[in-house]
Design a protein around this ligand. Structure first.
Ligand code: 5GP
Length: 192
């Protein structure tokens, strides 16, 4: 069991509706030492790849991406959630449905910060149905950037996102894959 899995067992709370709450170390209070350990693991897994930019989505991806950025010596660009439909031509735009809030948001990245010269590592906290990742992949595609890989902290392996993203051919490295979780007993099973 790796450090993230151990921490999920210790402090994660399984909620109804397939939601894993990890507020005490990842989504609200943030354990930066843990983020640094996770970032080091991704730097091993993506060794040999040229990565010059870390791409994530606000808000929970940002802290993790910052730790990853230190490993790759690269800046972080985060997609901003925007309710506005009045977006000028200066932005790449994708539509993302929020798994936790069930709302649709446009997410935007300024054309100033992503281009065909970029080799991107996409990073996020959770992978559920894959909407957030597909939005980020689409933005990278619009920019002509190359997606070198995807790092996810917690993949819920019983939801479809992981399969969709792997089928698209991306190197997806999830540090903890939850194969089952039970809101009644609190039991969490990780993929070996
Ligand atoms: P997806 O787009 O893959 O369906 O969902 C991923 C996004 O939804 C993540 O960026 C994360 O913010 C949120 N999310 C999905 N499942 C969970 C969960 O079980 N717990 C928490 N805290 N966030 C989740």
């Amino acid at each position: 069991m790796n450090v993230l899995e151990e921490r999920i067992i210790k402090d994660g709370i399984v909620k109804e509706g397939n939601v894993l709450k990890v507020d005490s170390f990842l989504n609200h209070q943030m354990d930066i030492q843990l983020f640094d350990d996770m970032a080091k693991e991704w730097s091993k897994r993506f060794q040999g790849k040229t990565i010059n930019k870390i791409l994530t989505i606000e808000a929970s991806g940002i802290g993790i991406a910052a730790a990853v950025a230190r490993q790759f010596n690269a800046p972080v660009v985060f997609a901003k959630k925007s309710k506005s439909i009045n977006i000028d031509g200066e932005m790449y735009v994708a539509e993302v449905e929020s798994f936790t809030h069930k709302t649709k948001n446009q997410v935007i990245v300024s054309k100033k910060f992503l281009s065909e010269d970029d080799h991107v590592l996409i990073v996020d906290d959770f992978l559920a149905n894959g909407c957030a990742l597909q939005g980020l992949i689409s933005i990278a595609g619009d920019a002509g950037a190359t997606v070198e890989g995807i790092g996810i902290a917690i993949e819920k392996g019983f939801q479809v996102g992981g399969q969709i993203i792997r089928n698209l051919g991306y190197q997806l490295e999830s540090l903890a894959i939850v194969d089952a979780m039970d809101a009644e007993t609190g039991e969490i099973t990780f993929r070996q």
